[in-house]
Design a binder for this molecule. Structure first.
Ligand code: ARG
Length: 454
């Protein structure tokens, strides 16, 4: 049976049901490298404070290195009987370093340790998400450039509205991703990595001993793949807050939820646009799946899952908010439940960004079909209004005139373009057929919009 970090005051054996109920190693093994980093920093803190001799800290560092090497990425620990990753590492360290391992927990509590490890984990993972955002945004820009001149019907309420450039549509998603990136960057920067909170009340270690750059401590440490070794350790500002703060987890999952919402909207657009009814775009076969029954099917399952996963992200966010809302200060075990929503959200979003990067890059737009839709005269009704406004008709009157003209056209089944000038004049003396006809041109329409910088 795994040795506990807290056995001393207990006489009875823990009920096996309690062991399995409270266990978290099946998911917090993901914090393995981050926890080792924390322990290495803690060894340094203890050495600087006179709790460890040079010899002892050397032994601990080499023991921690061995634990790290043997553990690899930690995924084999899913089946472990240990309570959590912190207990596992401590017990392994004892195996490799002997009695000196018993000094490692000096002036340290898992309450502080788990926050350090979770923050280090986040600082390590977020740059990957940011790179994935940039890749997807790169795909959107590449497709926008490929179809630079293509015009499509723009929609509001999913009804034909006005002609727009396809590139503007694609770059709207790139603009959302730019905000997502800025948000995540900001959150990453704002995560302050501290130690010295102890269980909740602080430790006997002088606060300035906790000032240290992770890079200097872990330099040359093989296997510690924490990409973000730029972590700067600081002493806690308020020990109660340090062990009970999960704002950073909530911020990350909320930024990822917003990002997932953007991806879901993109997915929804592409699902609709790839239907027979729309036929605006073709999704590459490599990014579609088939049906076991209907041989003709080529389904956008990837996009449907992107849409569906947004729900999981929101669920994770709500679960975190609800978990935290009633907790008395400071640490409570409920907080152990922050890991799965955090890990899952990061994993889902990272997978979505990667698969969409490939899917978007291979999109083929059906220019012929799109141009058929552009024949809808309704798309140019607003331009007719502006035409009358240019002739000094008040906007509201112009709007009414063109509204009546559109209604007449729809009821009689006569295109405005085909109406004789005498008919047009019945609606407004200022309508000149030759000029009106020129307005039913997608390029004229989009290029007349000067508020958008091109
Ligand atoms: N596995 C625990 C967590 O994730 C570690 C902290 C346990 N602390 C305690 N006082 N029981 O929160």
């Amino acid at each position: 049976m795994a040795k506990k970090l807290w056995g001393g005051r207990f006489e009875k054996k823990t009920d096996p049901l309690v062991e399995s109920f409270t266990r978290s190693i099946q998911f917090d093994y993901k914090l393995a490298a981050a926890d080792i980093l924390g322990s290495l920093l803690h060894v340094e803190v203890l050495a600087k404070s006179g709790y460890l001799t040079a010899q002892e800290s050397k032994k601990l560092i080499s023991g921690l290195k061995t634990v790290l090497k043997k553990m690899k990425d930690g995924s084999a620990l899913c089946q472990s009987r240990e309570e959590d990753i912190h207990s596992y590492i401590q017990n392994q360290l004892y195996k490799y370093a002997g009695d000196v391992a018993l000094k490692l927990q000096t002036a340290r509590s898992r309450n502080d340790q788990v926050v350090f490890a979770t923050k280090a984990y986040c600082k390590n993972e977020l740059p990957g998400i940011m790179r994935d955002i940039l890749s997807l945004s790169g795909s959107l820009v590449a497709v926008a450039q490929k179809y630079m001149k293509v015009i499509i019907p723009g929609f509001t309420h999913l009804q034909h509205a006005q002609p727009i450039y396809l590139k503007d549509y694609l770059l709207a998603y790139a603009a959302m991703l730019e905000r997502d990136l800025a948000r995540i960057e900001q959150i990453e920067k704002g995560i302050s990595v501290t130690m010295g909170a102890g269980a909740l009340a602080g430790t006997p270690v002088m606060s300035d001993r906790y000032n240290m750059k992770a890079r200097e401590v872990i330099e040359g440490l093989e296997g510690l793949t924490l990409r973000n070794s730029g972590i700067e350790l600081k002493p806690t500002q308020n020990s109660l807050d340090s062990v009970s703060d999960r704002d950073f987890v909530i911020e990350i999952v909320s930024a990822l939820s917003i990002l997932a919402m953007h991806l879901s909207r993109l997915a929804e657009d592409l699902i609709i646009w790839s239907t027979k009814e729309f036929d605006f775009v073709e999704i590459d076969e490599a990014f579609c799946t088939g049906s076991s029954l209907m041989p003709q099917k080529k389904n956008p399952d990837v996009l449907e899952l992107v849409r569906g996963y947004a729900g999981k992200l929101y669920g994770n966010l709500v679960s975190l908010l609800v978990t935290m809302k009633g907790l008395p200060l400071s640490y409570n075990r409920d907080m152990q439940l922050d890991k799965e929503p955090l890990f899952e959200s990061i994993e889902i979003v990272s997978a979505e960004l990667k698969v969409l990067t490939g899917l978007v890059k291979t999109l083929k737009f059906n220019e012929e079909k799109i141009s058929e839709h552009l024949k809808d005269e309704g798309l140019y009704a607003t331009d007719l209004v502006y035409y009358l406004v240019d002739k000094k008709v008040p906007f509201k009157d112009a709007h009414t005139v063109i509204g009546k003209l559109v209604k007449y056209s729809l009821e009689r089944g006569i295109r405005i373009k085909e109406m004789p000038e005498s008919t047009l004049k019945k609606f407004s003396a200022k309508l000149v057929k030759k000029e009106v006809c020129r307005l039913f041109d997608p390029r004229v329409s989009v290029d007349s919009k000067r508020s958008v910088k091109r």
